[in-house]
Design a protein around this ligand. Structure first.
Ligand SMILES: [Zn+2]
Length: 246
């Protein structure tokens, strides 16, 4: 399938869809300069990331833990949404039934204007205190204002379970979707990897936008190879044109 035909087909599927789910991973935020967990040159591969990716690391090395996560927060706060985030926020305005599910913890979809984003792995901008249970900031110097002890970002760390409510919402959205769009994610990490399968098993069609080939490509109705920040605006322009004419 040529690239142009794949884009046209994807636009047709999205135009006809009543319920769209867009599931995004690190590829969505790459153009915003957010280092990814799995890239060979990514932050996750360096020593600090390996030492502070478990919640128990806070007790083992409190100062190092706080420094590492405060730095990750700083990078995210300095970043801006890119055209891929803005396109998805626009899609949601055109089709309010669209659900956005993401593995990213950067909060950039929300900052782009998207609403009710299902953040499977939490968000770096939200912090919490596991000592006293406080979830309200401000988090001055990453400390809890209630008990004064060190807080942690409200993200799912290695060895921790996903938030059950968020996961359930994402599963229901996937099951009910006519079109499930997978963007910039290899979708190999369970349980998130189940979501495209759930959509397919319930009669949904799959559109994949990814830089590299995926095992799931053979299950997709349309496969678009390229950058999220270039492909997503193209797709949403296509739907927007149809809406304007109807
Ligand atoms: Zn506390």
């Amino acid at each position: 399938m040529s690239e142009g035909i794949a884009v046209e087909l994807a636009v047709e599927l999205l135009r006809a869809a009543r319920r769209i789910v867009v599931f995004s991973g690190a590829g969505l935020s790459r153009a915003s300069g957010i280092p990814t967990y799995r890239d060979a040159d990514g932050l996750w591969m360096n020593q600090a990331a390996l030492r502070f990716s478990h919640a128990e690391d806070l007790a083992r090395d409190p100062a190092g833990f706080t420094k590492f996560w405060a730095e990750r927060l700083r990078v995210v706060e300095a970043a801006a949404p890119n055209p891929a985030h803005l396109a998805l926020a626009r899609l949601q305005r055109l089709r309010p039934a669209t659900r956005l599910v993401t593995q990213n913890v950067d909060g950039l979809l929300t900052r782009a204007g998207a609403v009710d984003v299902l953040e499977l792995h939490g968000a770096l901008q939200r912090w919490r205190c596991d000592h006293c249970g406080n979830r309200r900031g401000p988090w001055l110097l990453q400390r809890c204002i209630r008990c004064g002890r060190r807080a942690r970002p409200d993200v799912v760390m290695f060895g921790e379970l996903l938030n059950k409510g968020v996961l359930l919402d994402a599963q229901v959205a996937a099951e009910e979707s006519d079109v499930f769009v997978l963007v910039g994610s290899t979708a190999v990490v369970y349980p998130a990897a189940d979501l495209p399968e759930l959509a397919l098993a319930n009669g949904g069609q799959l559109i994949i936008l990814n830089a590299e080939p995926l095992a799931l490509d053979h299950s997709a109705t349309a496969v678009l190879r390229g950058k999220a920040e270039e492909l997503l605006p193209l797709l949403v322009d296509g739907i927007d044109g149809a809406t304007a004419r109807s």
